[in-house]
Each structure stands twice: as structure tokens, then as C-alpha cells.
Design a protein around this ligand. Structure first.
Ligand code: AMP
Length: 313
């Protein structure tokens, strides 16, 4: 099934303990689209400025992302700057310039209104809403957001969430959104806002998927060097939803696999700046790391009652 994504296409300035870069191709929709494209057809809705050159379009074309919904207008592309401490979960936003996104009116191209899966990547909740209003009863609406929008556009975000089924959120955003520290209580509070599947991203500590049918946790893959965490959350969502969209009538076991697929894609994303690692990624490497996750998390089928067997008093 096709996935329609709306979100930012950006130039990022990033500083990490191992280095940094300026004008790196990024954005929530970018990282999502590239990761999801390994599993499903992706349709991208976003806007860029005159500073967005042909070479910036190449990674999307290489992955066959449909760009009919990418507008190019006068002005500068969205820009974000951030810095990471020694703890990769510890990110500081230094600057956010909406630029061409300030006046953006998303237009859904002919034929895209029937997209069965919609991903509202991190962007102004009002733009997310405009997209929801233009699509025709999609089977799945999923969304992501950020403290920036939780703090500045709360009412709009709550309106969007009322139509969302799957929410991707990190633990600090979850606290901001609900005012609850306890993760289970916070998830209950999110469910009262709309989303019934809540995917809590905990950076290098992995992710927990709260579904009505049960809860599933996956650790983050132990990568040797986290070069740049930027885009990990969007790549996770891309792998997760890309896989779900590739399964007809996805059920709870598919959602468990999707959490692993998302973690696989995020683990590649953090190995280099911008799209440097994922651009060269092969299906074989994805399968190999999926296998790595299975080895990491699989344990034998010993009967739990037999655990203390011989030693029990
Ligand atoms: P992630 O690391 O997955 O949370 O996403 C990082 C990407 O989100 C970067 O490439 C940024 O360009 C983009 N981004 C940062 N802040 C915002 C914002 N307020 N709205 C939309 N996109 C943003």
C-alpha cells in the first residue's frame, strides 16, 4: 500500500561529539521517506525553497519516492540547527527557521486523496490537519511531533491527534504532552486524546509499542559508534510504517515485527550524518541486521515454572 507523508524537508546544521556538518539534507519527511521506501511506495508532500538544488532531489529519486507533492517556491528551505551532548538522547535545538513552511498550503496531487496510509511527520499541526482534511478515509493515520509544536501549537495538535491511530512520540515529548512521568499513565492519557497505538521512542534505550492487544519492547541495536542521532526517530517511523503498509490487514504480530524493522532502520541512520549511510543501504544489509535483532532478543522456550526447579527449597 502507498504511504502519503507530509513533513519537513530541511537543511540541518548539526554538532555531535564526533563532528558536525552544515546544510545537511534532512527533515522529518526526508528521513521517513527514505527509510519507508525500502518497504512501500512513498508519496511526499512538502515545500522547499530556491536553495534546494537538483542534487538534493537525487536521494529521493534513487529510492523512487514520488515527488509530485513537493512544491518549490520562492524563499529559503526550512532550516534546523541542533547539538548533541555525550548522551545521544540529550539534544538541544539551537535554531528553527520555518522559512517557506511559514506560508505553506499543502496541496494533495490528483489521485493521492485515496492514499490508504498517511504519515503526518513532525511539522506544524495545522499543516498536518490540512492534509487529514484532504484525504479520503485512509485505513491508517499515523503521526509524529516534537516539543516545539507541543509547546507552541497545543490546541492544533490535539485536534490532529483526535484523528490519529498511531502516535510516535519520545519520552520527553510524552511527558510534555500529558504532564505524566509514568509511561503507562501517560499512554492512557494519549489514548484519551485519540491514538490507540502509542510508540514510545527512548533513543538508545529502544522503543516500547503500546497496542490495545498488548505491549512490546525492543532494545536499540548496539552500534559501535553513534555518529549523528538526527533522523533516528523518523527513520524508525519510516521502517515501522513502511513495513506495516506492506502487509495486507496487518495484525499485532506485524506490529511487533514493524517495531524491529523500525529499529533496524534507525540503527543505520545514526551511523553517519544526513543520508550518508542509508543512501548506500542494501536489502541484504537490512535483512542481516534484522537477523542480528533476532539473536539479540530471542531467548529459549524454557517453561518459566521450571526456572527454579532443582534449586527451589
Ligand atoms: P528526529 O531526529 O528523527 O527527531 O528528526 C530530526 C529532523 O527533524 C531534522 O532533520 C530536522 O530538520 C527536523 N526538524 C527539527 N525540528 C523540526 C520542527 N520543529 N518541525 C519539523 N521538522 C523539524
Amino acid at each position: 500500500m502507498s504511504i502519503l507523508v507530509v513533513g519537513s524537508v530541511a537543511f540541518d546544521n548539526v554538532k555531535t561529539p564526533t563532528g558536525g556538518g552544515t546544510d545537511l539534507l534532512g527533515g522529518s519527511a526526508t528521513h521517513f521517506a527514505i527509510a519507508a521506501s525500502f518497504f512501500s511506495q512513498v508519496r511526499l508532500v512538502a515545500v522547499v525553497g530556491e536553495d534546494f538544488e537538483d542534487r538534493h532531489v537525487a536521494p529521493f529519486r534513487e529510492r523512487r519516492v514520488d515527488l509530485a507533492g513537493l512544491q518549490r517556491v520562492a524563499g529559503r528551505t526550512f532550516r534546523w540547527a541542533g547539538e548533541y551532548g555525550d548522551d545521544p538522547n540529550d539534544r538541544r535545538t539551537l535554531d528553527t527557521q520555518l522559512n517557506v513552511f511559514a506560508d505553506f498550503q499543502p496541496r494533495i496531487p490528483e489521485g493521492w486523496a485515496r492514499s490508504p496510509v498517511v504519515f503526518l511527520a513532525n511539522i506544524d499541526p495545522e499543516l498536518q490537519w490540512h492534509v487529514i482534511e484532504q484525504v479520503d478515509a485512509p485505513a491508517i493515520v499515523a503521526a509524529d511531533t516534537m516539543n516545539f509544536w507541543i509547546d507552541s501549537k497545543r490546541a492544533g495538535l490535539l485536534r490532529t491527534l483526535s484523528r490519529v491511530r498511531i502516535l510516535f512520540v519520545n519520552d520527553s515529548e510524552l511527558r510534555d504532552l500529558t504532564g505524566r512521568r509514568n509511561i503507562v499513565q501517560a499512554v492512557d492519557a494519549v489514548r484519551a486524546m485519540g491514538p490507540q497505538v502509542v510508540v514510545v521512542k527512548r533513543g538508545e534505550h529502544g522503543v516500547i509499542v503500546f497496542q490495545p492487544q498488548g505491549t512490546f519492547a525492543v532494545p536499540a541495536y548496539p552500534v559501535r559508534e553513534v555518529v549523528d542521532p538526527t533522523g533516528a526517530g523518523d527513520s524508525f517511523a519510516g521502517g515501522f510504517l513502511g513495513y506495516v503498509a506492506s502487509r495486507l490487514h496487518a495484525g499485532p504480530p506485524d506490529y511487533r515485527r514493524a517495531a524491529v524493522v523500525g529499529s533496524v532502520m534507525a540503527s543505520f541512520q545514526v551511523e553517519a550524518f544526513s543520508l550518508d549511510r542509508v543512501r548506500t543501504l542494501t536489502p541484504g544489509e537490512i535483512a542481516e541486521r534484522y537477523r542480528g535483532f533476532r539473536d539479540l532478543t530471542c531467548f529459549d522456550d524454557l517453561d518459566p515454572d521450571a526456572l527454579l526447579g532443582a534449586a527451589a527449597p
